[in-house]
Design a protein around this ligand. Structure first.
Ligand SMILES: O=C(O)CCC(=O)C(=O)O
Ligand SMILES: [Fe+2]
Length: 257
């Protein structure tokens, strides 16, 4: 709860003899609705959803999600405790009857040999606030596509850049069904972790309800993770950490076929 909410509730306890502490999930939903209803939406992000960047320092409720203990604990148990958060999250609400999100991946460092690590360096943490189903725009992924080039990689229009934002709805490749795709169906409040390099998309929202997602980005240092017991790619060993490579969203030589 924000300090204002705490004060309001204490006053109500003293005045009325009762108060309701909102359940966190509901609170996140209400806060997302409030922000979706009051902030301006950029028209170019219609495939991604409302796409509102909320800085934690400006929003105590979203800040609480960034520090959410159960998620931290789950990450630690998996050995992902060296990831650190960016300063903001994205509200990616699919409004009722809105189009599918095209196939894409979100890794922006394809010129860097770091791209070839068999472990994730940058991950998204996606909190789906309601149940997601095929009809309301669930996430789809192509498992393993973060490590291995498939023909679709070379057919896609570059992710989230000018090109993709203006493709036609139902684009035959960008919005295609892939034989290896998996629909990620979630219960309300589920957290989905994903490697920034994995190919993913989201189905259309064909319902009259909003599909709310809060997406956080986390990255880890450029080191071998403690849990890693497999081979270490020589490209990673030889990667000179001093060099900064120009950003690129296009998988190049570091994504093997
Ligand atoms: O809407 C979703 O489920 C995924 C959103 C996403 O992948 C993105 O905006 O990059
Ligand atoms: Fe994405």
């Amino acid at each position: 709860m924000t300090p204002e909410m705490v004060q309001e509730r204490r006053e109500q306890m003293l005045r009325d003899g009762y108060c309701v502490i909102p359940e966190f999930l509901r609170e996140l939903g209400q806060e997302s609705d409030r922000l979706n209803d009051t902030l301006e939406h950029h028209p170019d992000t219609k495939y991604q959803g409302t796409h509102l960047g909320i800085h934690y320092e400006d929003n105590a409720i979203m800040q609480r999600l960034a520090e959410w203990q159960p998620a931290r604990q789950a990450s630690e148990q998996m050995g992902f405790d060296d990831f650190t958060s960016s300063k903001q999250l994205l509200i990616l609400t699919k409004e009722p009857y809105t189009p599918a999100l095209y196939w894409h991946q979100d890794w922006m460092r394809w010129n860097d040999p770091l791209s070839c690590t068999p472990w994730p360096q940058t991950i998204f943490l996606s909190y789906y606030l309601g149940e997601t189903r095929i009809e309301n725009g669930c996430l789809k992924v192509i498992p393993g596509s973060q490590l291995k080039r498939i023909p679709l990689h070379d057919q896609l229009v570059t992710t989230h850049e000018q090109g993709t934002r203006f493709i036609e709805e139902n684009h035959p490749i960008m919005c295609s069904h892939h034989p290896d795709q998996v629909d990620v169906l979630t219960k309300a409040g589920s957290l989905v972790l994903g490697d920034a390099r994995v190919l993913h998309a989201a189905r259309k929202n064909q319902t009259d309800q909003r599909r709310n997602l809060l997406l956080l980005w986390h990255s880890r240092p450029e080191t071998v993770p403690d849990y890693w017991e497999g081979e270490i790619p020589w490209l990673f060993v030889e990667d000179d950490l001093e060099i900064t490579y120009p950003a690129s969203r296009i998988p190049g030589q570091y994504l093997p076929a």
